[in-house]
Every structure is written in structure tokens, then in C-alpha cells.
Design a protein around this ligand. Sequence first.
Ligand code: TXA
Ligand code: MG
Length: 330
Amino acid sequence: MAPPPLPPTRPESADASPRVRPPTAETIAAAAESLRAGDLVAFPTETVYGLGADATNDRAVAGIFEAKGRPSFNPLIVHVSNAAAAAEIVEFDDRARAIAVRFWPGAVTLVLPRAAECPISLLCSAGLPSLAVRVPAHPVAQALLHAVGRPLAAPSANPSGAVSPTTAAHVAEAFGAALPLILDGGPCPIGLESTVLDLTGEQAVLLRPGGITRDEIEATIGPVLLPSAETPVAAPGMLASHYAPSRPVRLDATSVAADEGLLAFGGAPLPGAARTINLSPAGDLREAAANLFSALHALDRSGLRAIAVMTIPETGLGVAINDRLRRAAA
Ligand code: TXA
Ligand code: MG
């Protein structure tokens, strides 16, 4: 499919800094190359600016959490160019198909079960069996997705706890020189995040109000619930029901039993475990974050009595890693 036409080049970007660039064919090609190499690129969508990474690259996705300074791993929205690409990574039902036909490309995100052979990083799901997907309508987002040829994980491009950015200048202010490239597509036409609709259960649940209204969604698929004590899903940002291992998890281990699996960190893994997975032999927290969920899954499935976890420093991405491990141990 041919990419949609690009908007006319704006000769003067909102920010004169070289990393804020107008979305020409050249800058989009450069952005796509950076993304395929595992770097982050901020780009406009019709809702808000997104902080994008190759969603199939664990380390790139870990970089998003690092840049945003999130104290925990919230699941991320994965952006794809059309519904067919979405159907390769999540399982559609009739409701999802109806929403996609009616509103995509557009400002609604669907939370659906991960497909069996889903190539998307487990970090995008923050350990959940579901994945949030969206087809953005913005021509620059569409052009970028076509150029990259891979799904893009992209939360709103703001530091954790700050408001979502609706101009390239907001993104540049928030991230300073830390972000090598920001595609400037002008102000976001909607300026409000996408509506997040959970379709993993029998009842559709509106997890976040946004660009598409509840009425518009109900006109398409019937009644939609709001998150509450009665609904099985937790509200975004309070996902206490994150994937929990079925084996007991023991933190800050200083020794390990012969029938335990060890989640190690750093150059001196404890000896004696039945099986050891080292999150990062080099002691690199970004590498550890990238490996965390697949390591927990692997140790959980290995039939061992318990999972012992070595101490992980409470700095940088270590804060989010430890938050996740404490939930797993609770
Ligand atoms: O408009 C938007 O949606 C923007 C643009 C860039 O697309 N993105 C955005 O992403 O707002 P973010 O990460 O700031 O918000 C994603 C929301 C969060 O509230 C998150 O908890 C929820 O979606 N979410 C993502 N995956 C989920 C999942 N598997 N289950 C439940 N909630 C999920
Ligand atoms: Mg956000």
C-alpha cells in the first residue's frame, strides 16, 4: 500500500534546534533508520506526540521506560499502519472488527489478547497476556510506520507524571538533548489521548476516555462499562493484576537452593541454582528491563519450586524493575 501524502514541508520548525525536524521524505527515512537500529524517535499523531520505539525490540522498548522515567512498567500502545497489521499481533473478535472498521485510522485503542505468535516485546504488555493496539490517522505517523515496516510502541512523549505533549516544542522542552530526533508535524489536531477500550473480556470496558466518545463506541458495539470494582480489569496505571508468576518469588536472595530458579543480576550470579537466568551479566539496568518479563516467564514455566531474585539497584530503570518484582513476590 502506498504511504499517504505528506503534509507540505514547513520551512521553519517550531524549535530551531537541529533535532526538531520537519517531516520531509529525508527526515522520515532517517527516523525509520534510527527506529530500526533500536533508537527512540518522537513523532506526531492526531491525538498527542508519541515517543516511539521498535515494538519488536526489547531493548528499544526498555529505552522508552528509561527516557520517561516511569517508576513502574505501564503497558504501552503499539501503533500499526492498518487493521491487517494489527490482526498479526492481537486476536480480533467481532466487536474489535466493528470498532476497527468504524474508527481506524483514528483515536481509539483496543486492548486485545496477544496473538499466538505475537512478535511484540513482552515489555509492551508489561507482562499481561493482552496488548493495546492503535492505527493512527496522522499522515506523518502513517508515513513513518510505512517507512519502518515494523509496529511502533509509543506512549505519549512526556516524562512520567507530566501532561501529554501536543506540539514538537513540548517534546523538545521535556526531553532536552536526550532525544536525538523529534519529527515536527505541527500541533496535534485532537490534542487529547486516544480512547482505550478493553475487549479482552465478555464486557467491553472503557479504560480511558479520549478522542472517540463513549456514545460513539456504544453506537457501534453496544453497552460499554467504566472500570469499577465489578469489572475484572484494573484501571490503567493501577494494573495490580499484572502477570504474576505461579511459583513463589523471593527477593534480595543471598543464597539459592538446589530446587530454585535464580533470577540473577550482574557479574557474580549466586551459585547452586537449578537454573539461572541473568538479567544482565554486565549489570546494565536497561538490558535487565529488556529481559525481565521473558526471564520471569521462562523461570515460572521451568517446574522449579521457587524463584530467587538477586538484589537489583534501586536507581534509574531499577526502580521500575523492583516495583514489578515486588508485585510478583506479593
Ligand atoms: O493517543 C494516544 O493513545 C497516545 C498516542 C501517542 O498514540 N499514546 C498514549 O500512550 O497515550 P500512553 O502510554 O501514554 O497511554 C497508554 C494507556 C495507559 O493508560 C495504559 O495503562 C493503557 O493505555 N494500556 C496500554 N496497554 C494496556 C493493556 N494491555 N491493558 C490495559 N491497559 C493498557
Ligand atoms: Mg501518557
